[in-house]
Design a protein around this ligand. Structure first.
Ligand code: UFG
Length: 345
């Protein structure tokens, strides 16, 4: 298939681009570089062993988005599918700047869906999040939970886009949509050439730990050790980005074999790991103790959640293969070889 990957220069997008190429698909990337550096592209090309078609613009620009689809179709190289990663993703920033998040994440998606409808592109894989389960769903999270909600504007954009894509698909002939709800993506490509490169001080646990390990940050602050969990710290379902990338390829293949369908899938391992367990696993990968202090709870954090991954296991014939130790070893290879992330150009 010829697949348009929006946000293809980002963390999950870039790993998925490689997985798609390995599976024999043709890939076209569109990325605004708001949250990614252009220097990821030559590395992707080296790993893929071929040049990549990349378009640098913001999907909120509906005219440019339409022109991308129109030009591809005119050249006889129209898209068979879209995998939509592009979007702003910082939970805390979204609380401070809700308008920015709603405008950007919804605006870009609406441009994209409009262009897909107009140009007859009927397969969509959307990058959703476990955050759509809100704070009332029982653990493990199951796709049958109907009351989607989220505590942050970022998370609400995921809820809303799931709804919008579902409604558009319902009235668009032949549409097939997979809504992939990621748990906590970590890890890096085993080559150490691409990985997670957040701008500024990381909000998420794994990049924070790996920047402590490489000496960019002094110590980890554990946000609360008085939760009702095994060791008092929050538990999450960490998933290796290579497993997550494989999940997208599996979803695309599955859609191909379906009639009109819109379906949500949890992409997670089905197990929870505590903050301290992840820290200790990283210490094993790095080969030295990593400094940390216990601080107060972070507002909005849930004590523990993980995926019921049975639906993805059965219907997509997909399951996670990488362990927590694999996630730490690959993260460390990337971070130690690229202490400051991708080079600036
Ligand atoms: N944590 C720390 N110290 C840090 C950073 C994180 O102790 O410096 C803890 C958090 O308190 C939490 C755990 O590590 O208990 C995981 O935190 P992350 O920020 O890595 O991940 P979250 O589970 O909070 O967030 C993830 C995704 C979001 C998504 C959210 C809800 O990153 O996109 O899950 O599903 F919205």
């Amino acid at each position: 298939m010829r697949v348009l990957v929006t946000g293809g220069a980002g963390f999950i997008g870039s790993h998925t681009v490689l997985a798609l190429i390995e599976a024999g698909h043709e890939v076209v990337i569109v990325d605004s570089y708001i949250n990614a550096k252009p220097s990821v592209i030559p590395r992707l090309e080296a790993l893929a062993g071929k040049e990549l078609e990349v378009h640098a613009f913001d999907l909120c620009d509906a005219e440019k988005t339409d022109a991308l689809f129109a030009n591809a179709a005119q050249a006889g190289a129209g898209f068979d599918a879209v995998i939509h990663f592009a979007g702003l993703k910082a939970v805390g920033e979204s609380v401070a700047k809700p308008g920015l998040y709603y405008t950007n994440n919804l605006g870009s998606t609406l441009s994209l869906l409009t262009a897909m409808q107009k140009h007859g592109v009927t397969r969509l894989v959307f990058s959703s999040s476990a955050t759509v389960y809100g704070d009332k769903a029982p653990v493990p999270y199951n796709e049958e939970w109907d009351f989607l909600n989220s505590s942050s504007p970022y998370g609400q954009t995921k809820v809303m886009i799931e709804r919008i894509a579902t409604d558009v698909a319902a009235v668009s002939e032949g549409w097939k949509v997979a809504l992939l709800r990621y748990f906590n993506p970590v890890g890096a490509h085993p080559s150490g050439q691409i990985g997670e490169d957040p701008s500024g001080i990381p909000n998420n646990l794994m990049p924070y730990i790996s920047q402590v390990a490489v000496g960019r940050l002094a110590q980890l602050t554990v946000h609360g050790a008085d939760y009702p969990t095994t060791d008092g710290t929050c538990e999450r379902d960490y998933i290796h980005v290579m497993d997550l990338a494989a999940g997208h390829v599996a979803a695309l293949n599955h859609l191909d074999a379906q009639e009109d369908v819109t379906r949500a899938y949890n992409l997670g391992s089905g197990t929870g790991t505590s903050v301290l367990d992840l820290l200790h696993a990283m210490e094993r990968a790095v080969g030295k103790p990593l400094p940390y202090v216990v601080g107060p709870r972070r507002a909005g954090d849930l004590p523990a959640f993980w995926a019921d991954a049975a639906r993805a296991n059965a219907e997509l014939d997909w399951r996670t293969e990488k362990s927590i130790d694999d996630m730490c070893a690959d993260t460390w290879r990337w971070q130690s070889q690229n202490p400051h992330g991708f080079p600036e150009e």
